[in-house]
Design a protein around this ligand. Sequence first.
Ligand SMILES: *[C@@H]1O[C@H](CO)[C@@H](O)[C@H](O)[C@H]1NC(C)=O
Ligand SMILES: *[C@@H]1O[C@H](CO)[C@@H](O)[C@H](O)[C@H]1NC(C)=O
Ligand SMILES: *[C@@H]1O[C@H](CO)[C@@H](O)[C@H](O)[C@H]1NC(C)=O
Ligand SMILES: *[C@@H]1O[C@H](CO)[C@@H](O)[C@H](O)[C@H]1NC(C)=O
Ligand SMILES: *[C@@H]1O[C@H](CO)[C@@H](O)[C@H](O)[C@H]1NC(C)=O
Ligand SMILES: *[C@@H]1O[C@H](CO)[C@@H](O)[C@H](O)[C@H]1NC(C)=O
Length: 228
Amino acid sequence: NSKVFHMAIFDCTGVTVQGIRIIAPANSPNTNGIHVSHSRHVRILNTTIGTGDDCVSLGPGTSNVLIRDIECGPGHGISIGSLGWQDGEEGVRNVTVDRAVLTGTTNGLRIKTWAMPNSGSVTNVSFSRVTMNRVANPILVDQNYCPRKVDCAGNSSGVQISNISYTDIEGSSATPVAVKFNCSGTNPCSGIKLRNIRLTYKHKRPAQAKCGNAGGSASGEVRPPSCF
Ligand SMILES: *[C@@H]1O[C@H](CO)[C@@H](O)[C@H](O)[C@H]1NC(C)=O
Ligand SMILES: *[C@@H]1O[C@H](CO)[C@@H](O)[C@H](O)[C@H]1NC(C)=O
Ligand SMILES: *[C@@H]1O[C@H](CO)[C@@H](O)[C@H](O)[C@H]1NC(C)=O
Ligand SMILES: *[C@@H]1O[C@H](CO)[C@@H](O)[C@H](O)[C@H]1NC(C)=O
Ligand SMILES: *[C@@H]1O[C@H](CO)[C@@H](O)[C@H](O)[C@H]1NC(C)=O
Ligand SMILES: *[C@@H]1O[C@H](CO)[C@@H](O)[C@H](O)[C@H]1NC(C)=O
């Protein structure tokens, strides 16, 4: 039940994490699985993580990351962020998450930025072949993150999110809103691509998608229908 992060990859180039298993209780606070920041060329392969916080989180200055064959749950899912806590942060780019299974997590694929004007960016991210089992927020972009309402009320995020693709994402949402893009009013999300999305609410009920300041396109079968 490691405090903060079980494994931290910081200021590294060329790391492969393969075939590991991280287990902490669902109710253990702030026990992230693997956190990557200020690093490039990182691969996380064939890994199982169940904790009380994020499965894998990617912080500022992270690029060229491949996450493939990962199982998450319980916990808070796979997260890019939080970003935008400090001004001048390096962005996150060229991230691929392919073949993931999330079970009983609070989020599935999340991008999270503080509701603060600090600049930053997230671009060239691809999520593909992901199965959600009873995930509360399967697809989520939250640029209004401000949990304790500290210093950020009234501000919108200065982090620019662009070119994010979601392909072949299926399964069940534990809440009615399975897809939510809550982007920044001053830096709207652009180039979000949805392709072959089949998410339902619980068993077979239709789910909903909600957008705020998000632009993109949908192709193939997309359920819930996109809100762009
Ligand atoms: C994944 O890792 C497990 C050990 O955790 C190993 O038994 C299995 O062979 C690995 N599978 C692949 C495809 O590498
Ligand atoms: C993107 O990251 C992958 C590793 O996942 C790497 O092989 C590829 O060269 C990177 N592409 C660019 C344009 O940097
Ligand atoms: C995004 O990917 C494209 C194609 O690989 C590349 O041309 C572009 O420079 C990338 N953008 C960033 C910010 O890495
Ligand atoms: C968007 O990102 C993907 C990588 O996820 C890259 O292959 C593609 O070229 C990028 N497109 C643009 C317009 O940058
Ligand atoms: C925006 O945030 C800055 C510091 O990050 C703060 O000084 C300012 O009061 C905030 N503006 C509003 C309208 O809340
Ligand atoms: C986005 O987040 C803000 C702040 O939490 C909230 O007031 C708003 O209703 C959200 N928008 C959508 C579309 O969910």
